[in-house]
Design a protein around this ligand. Structure first.
Ligand SMILES: [Zn+2]
Length: 299
């Protein structure tokens, strides 16, 4: 098995018209550099020469990795946790709206420490949550009495079972991209919705921070989607995009992390300003928001 993956074609559309566009640093864990490449045909960007699935684990080992640690240390983390309370309700309402159901059957992939799965369970949904990190799974059990399963459980799910499948900032981490989407197609009900939140490199804040834009997050983020490339990927896998929803807080959060990458400390007002301008631009065009939620249905 290869240690690293070198792409000679676009893994989204298959085009060979790929070339290097940026060199990014892993600011969170390894401080190694990784090249980001682009596809001229579908506009997908992706991290080149990424560690294979079996070797990427060490790049997740950091107490700073907020989605894992659930830590409340530090300024950015504190704000993250305050805002999360509000965004959880927003996510719940979104799922109700796009499925047209008050209650239903939900699969949450990459459930982390279970905050969203818990919110949905409290709202009366039948929730299956999958999470690869065993420390996160233990925290979900301790904090919410929520039993999350390992990712391997996905294999055992069969039939058109789910009204909604959610991935909140997870799809960009998944090695077996096409395998996952194929599986989702099998287990999503005909009228079900796939809801995928990912960063958007076509946003204003990505343009400002360039290689220091925190949402490149190499090598953990394997793919850097544009709305166009997401549309192409979904079309190729039997889905279609229904709507694109903005995630307003992410522009501020990512700008704060990016300022830290750039200067080694928090420049709150500059980050706030860039986040604000990014949202202002996204206000008239949601496809320009720092992170977006794709609501997807079967073709
Ligand atoms: Zn492509």
């Amino acid at each position: 098995m290869a240690f690293i993956i070198n792409y000679d074609h676009c893994l989204c559309c298959g085009s060979a018209a790929i070339s290097k566009v940026l060199t990014c640093t892993d600011y969170t864990v390894s401080h190694e550099q990784f090249d980001v490449w682009k596809c001229s045909a579908c506009t997908l960007r992706f991290t080149q020469n990424v560690p294979a699935a079996a070797y990427i684990g060490s790049y997740y080992q950091s107490s700073d990795y907020v989605s894992h640690s659930d830590s409340r240390k530090g300024f950015i983390n504190s704000i993250y946790h305050i805002v999360r309370k509000f965004t959880l309700k927003g996510k719940r309402n979104l799922i109700r709206k796009v499925t047209g159901l008050r209650q239903g059957v939900l699969l949450d992939i990459g459930a982390g420490t279970g905050a969203f799965a818990n919110t949905m369970q409290h709202a009366g949904w039948n929730v299956t949550g999958l999470e690869p990190d065993n420390i996160a799974r233990e925290k979900a059990l301790g904090k919410y009495n929520l039993r999350l399963a390992e990712l391997g459980e996905l294999e055992s799910l069969v039939g058109e079972t789910f009204d909604a499948i959610t991935m909140w900032h997870v799809l960009e981490h998944v090695h077996d991209l096409h395998g996952y989407l194929e599986k989702f197609h099998q287990i999503l009900k005909p009228e079900g919705r796939l809801v995928v939140a990912v960063p958007n490199y076509t946003s204003y804040d990505a343009t400002v921070y360039k290689d220091q834009w925190a949402a490149y997050d190499v090598p953990r983020h394997l793919y850097h989607f544009s709305p166009k490339s997401m549309e192409v990927l979904m079309e190729k896998t039997g889905f279609m995009l229904e709507t694109i929803k903005p995630m307003w807080f992410d522009s501020f959060y990512v700008s704060m992390l990016s300022e830290k990458n750039k200067h080694g400390k928090n420049y709150f007002f500059r980050a706030f300003w860039n986040g604000f301008v990014s949202n202002l631009k996204a206000f008239s065009d949601t496809t320009k928001c720092s992170s977006v939620i794709y609501v997807i249905k079967k073709k």
